[in-house]
Design a protein around this ligand. Structure first.
Ligand SMILES: C[S@@+](CC[C@H](N)C(=O)[O-])C[C@H]1O[C@@H](n2cnc3c(N)ncnc32)[C@H](O)[C@@H]1O
Length: 212
C-alpha cells in the first residue's frame, strides 16, 4: 500500500539492527513467515519507549521478531512481555531467538490459541500488540480494553490487509469475512468512547489506540 520509494527511504533511515534481528529477517524471508517490517518494529520500539511501557502483551509471536523490538524498549527497565503463538515450530523458533538475544527470562511465551488463552489473562497491561487472527480483532477488543491501563496503548497490525480493506478487491473468498471484520474494527476503535485512535499507513496499516 505504501509507495516503495517512501518505504525504502524510511528503512534506510533506521539505525543499524544487530545480528539477531537480521537473522530473524532472513529466516522470515526464506520461510515466508509474516513478520512486521523493520520500520513497524521501530515504531513499536519507539512507542513502548516513549510510553515507558513495562507490561506488554503480544498476540501473535511468530518467530519473535516484533517481540524483540518491544524487548529492546522495555527490558532495560526490567519490564516483561507476555506473547502467544499457536504454531508450534514458530513458537520453538521464537524461544531459540529469545535465548540467543539473552532475553528468554523476561519473556513469557504462551503456546496456544489466543481465542481461548486471552480470556485466562487479567492484566493490567500498558501495551497490547494485536498481530494475529485478524478476523478476531473485533471479538478481542473488549477484553483488550478491559486489560489495558488508562493511558495504555493498543496497537493492531495489518489493518489494511494488503490493501483489501481499502480497495474492497478481495483475493480469496476466505478473506472476505476478515476484511469486513477489519473494517468494523477500525470503525469501532475510531468511535469507541474509551479510546482515542490514529490509523497510520505504515507497513500494512496500523491502528494505534490509547485508553482514556
Ligand atoms: C503476522 S504473524 C505475527 C508476526 C509477529 N508479531 C512479528 O511481527 O514478528 C501472526 C502469527 O499469529 C499466529 N496466530 C494466528 N492465529 C492465532 C491464534 N488464534 N492464537 C495465537 N496465535 C495465532 C500465527 O501462527 C502467526 O505466527
Amino acid at each position: 500500500m505504501i509507495n516503495e520509494d517512501v518505504r525504502a527511504y524510511i528503512r534506510e533511515l533506521l539505525p543499524p539492527r544487530d545480528a539477531v534481528f537480521l537473522e530473524m529477517e532472513r529466516e522470515a524471508r526464506e520461510k515466508i513467515i509474516p513478520i512486521v517490517e523493520p520500520e513497524v518494529g521501530h515504531l513499536l520500539y519507539w512507542l513502548a519507549l516513549t510510553k515507558n511501557s513495562s507490561r506488554i502483551l503480544e498476540v501473535g509471536t511468530a518467530i519473535g521478531y516484533s517481540t524483540l523490538w518491544l524487548a529492546k524498549a522495555v527490558l532495560p527497565r526490567e519490564g516483561n512481555i507476555t506473547t502467544m503463538e499457536i504454531n508450534a515450530p514458530r513458537a520453538e523458533a521464537a524461544r531459540k531467538y529469545f535465548k540467543k538475544a539473552g532475553i528468554i527470562d523476561q519473556i513469557e511465551l504462551i503456546f496456544g490459541d489466543a481465542r481461548e488463552l486471552l480470556y485466562d489473562l487479567t492484566g493490567p497491561y500498558d501495551f497490547i500488540f494485536l498481530d494475529a487472527a485478524k478476523g478476531k480483532y473485533v471479538e478481542f477488543l473488549d477484553k483488550c480494553i478491559e486489560m489495558l491501563e488508562p493511558g495504555g496503548i493498543l496497537v493492531a497490525e495489518d489493518v489494511f490487509m494488503k490493501g483489501m480493506v481499502i480497495s474492497g478487491e478481495i483475493d480469496k473468498r476466505r478473506n472476505k469475512t476478515a476484511v469486513a471484520r477489519l473494517r468494523t474494527y477500525l470503525q469501532m476503535v475510531m468511535e469507541h468512547p474509551k479510546l482515542e485512535t490514529v490509523v497510520l499507513p505504515l507497513g500494512d496499516g496500523i491502528a494505534i489506540s490509547t485508553k482514556k
